[in-house]
Design a protein around this ligand. Structure first.
Ligand SMILES: *Cc1c(COP(=O)(O)O)cnc(C)c1O
Length: 447
């Protein structure tokens, strides 16, 4: 047993937040790190296990963010740490483009087995990059190569990354694209499905999306439509039933590659291995990153072989892409999914935590919606009469929760959503802690 696993799974605040050692580190950091590389909370972390982060001052926090949905399997998960350590001792890098290795192939096999398209005769193929944004960039490249068309369709409220291409694809200009122009052209941002705010059925919302794209882009100029099955940064927006399948059908009829950006929702997070499964769709390309390697940097591009094979040899790669330590860790994540019921853990969290959040919503009218799937739940805070988003309230609630040892993350175009992305090791006791801290914070704010 490692020292990390001796971290008790409970919140424990022993200093002011941030504590003195964090403040000292923060002063050093400000001298040498630019402000653009911002940290929401200047609390410096010393170690972590399961759902708990321990800072340099000895405070313990319940981590409801998991590094933005990355350590879904849990911090310092024994199986992931063991697999990574083992690979570290063998070799750390050869460049897959120079000398290949088994963990990369094993991981592609796992993705082929679990992809929603596994009913097809030919398995999906995968290759690996380092970040979610790189996965999105490569999906655009492959779709353009496959179709010979330039256009990229995305949805309102979407988030796809911070490279020059992907920041041009995001819904929000600031802080991602504004000031870094010119932005990339031939990107079309269509209305999405946001049931709380548009009141549309899936069919009606899809008709609106499609009408927009046909008018503004022209279907025959579109290489791909890239959608998050459950929008992440946008505020865990779950589309109305039938919305995604209608879009997929339209893409198939028009030769447009349908790309599911599952960087945030994928790999057991939503209570299915892929969030696309909730909507009964088999995307042409599936993108994964955040959760996939249990905390190590890695992203995956997985898709139908006839599309994935359109780039020529050497067209898809990068020096560090598909790092062997990251691949070994990701194989361990899949073994945990297959053998240790991680998907069921996510469903359990949805049942227990989701019910508790709905109960909270009956007490606090400014919670206008509880939504999400699996261990990807959110509350939207707004004026109950006008639905005016209340981002300031979210900030104050997050602040109060932090002081009580619960780390929360905002989302939404107006920062008016609190999204919960806990590790799947979150215990029922910790759920009770989080709910009671939220309840107190909302009460103190008169919400
Ligand atoms: C985080 C995220 C990305 C970008 O991933 P990075 O690893 O930060 O580049 C892309 N798409 C979605 C849906 C994301 O949540």
């Amino acid at each position: 047993m490692s020292a990390d696993s001796e971290i008790t799974q409970e919140a424990c605040i022993v200093t002011e937040i941030p504590g003195p050692k964090s403040l000292e580190l923060h002063a050093r950091r400000q001298a040498v790190v630019p402000r653009g590389a911002h940290s929401v909370l200047p609390v410096y972390i010393d170690r972590a296990h399961g759902s708990i982060l321990v800072d340099v001052d000895g405070n313990q926090f319940v981590d409801m963010c998991a590094g933005i949905g990355v350590t879904t399997v849990g911090h310092t998960d024994e199986a992931v740490v063991a697999a990574a350590r083992e690979q570290l001792g063998r070799f750390t890098h050869t460049a897959f483009g120079m000398n290949p290795y088994e963990p990369y192939v094993q991981l592609a096999e796992h993705l082929a087995k679990h992809a929603p398209g596994s009913t097809l005769e030919k398995p999906y193929k995968s290759f690996f990059m380092n970040s979610g944004a790189e996965a999105v960039e490569n999906a655009v490249k492959i779709s353009r190569r496959h179709t010979g068309r330039p256009g990229v369709a995305v949805l309102e409220q979407a988030y796809h990354g911070r490279t020059v291409l992907t920041s041009s694809m995001n819904y929000k200009a600031a802080p991602y694209a504004q000031g870094y122009g010119p932005r990339v052209g031939d990107i079309y941002k269509a209305p999405n499905s946001y049931p709380l705010r548009d009141g549309l059925s899936g069919e009606a919302a899809a008709a609106r999306t499609i009408a927009y794209l046909e008018k503004v882009a022209g279907a025959e100029d579109l290489a791909c439509l890239i959608v998050e099955p459950i929008q992440g940064e946008g505020g865990f927006i779950v589309p109305a039933d039938g919305y995604l399948s209608a879009l997929l059908n339209w893409c198939r009829e028009n030769g447009i590659v349908f790309v599911a950006d599952e960087v945030q929702a994928g790999i057991a997070r939503s209570g299915k291995v892929f969030a696309s499964e909730h909507f009964g769709i088999e995307p042409d390309i599936l993108l994964t990153a955040k959760t996939i390697a249990g905390g190590l940097p890695l992203s995956g591009v997985t898709g139908r072989p006839e599309i994935m094979d359109s780039p020529v040899p050497g067209g898809l790669a990068g020096t560090f892409a598909g790092n062997p330590v990251s691949c070994a860790a990701a194989v361990a994540v899949f073994e945990r999914i297959e053998n240790d019921g991680l998907v069921e853990r996510a469903q359990h969290i949805e049942r227990v935590f989701g019910a508790a959040l709905r109960e909270l919503a009956t007490k606090h009218p400014r919670i206008v919606e509880v939504r999400g799937r699996g261990a990807m739940l959110a509350i939207e805070l707004a004026d109950p009469d006008t639905l005016d988003p209340d981002g300031d309230l979210v900030k104050r609630v997050i602040d109060r929760a932090t002081q009580q040892g619960v780390l929360l993350l905002s989302a939404g175009a107006y920062g008016h959503v609190i999204r919960f992305l806990p590790s799947l090791q979150l215990t029922d006791d910790l759920i009770a802690t989080v709910v009671s801290v939220l309840d107190d914070a909302l009460t103190a704010e008169g919400a």
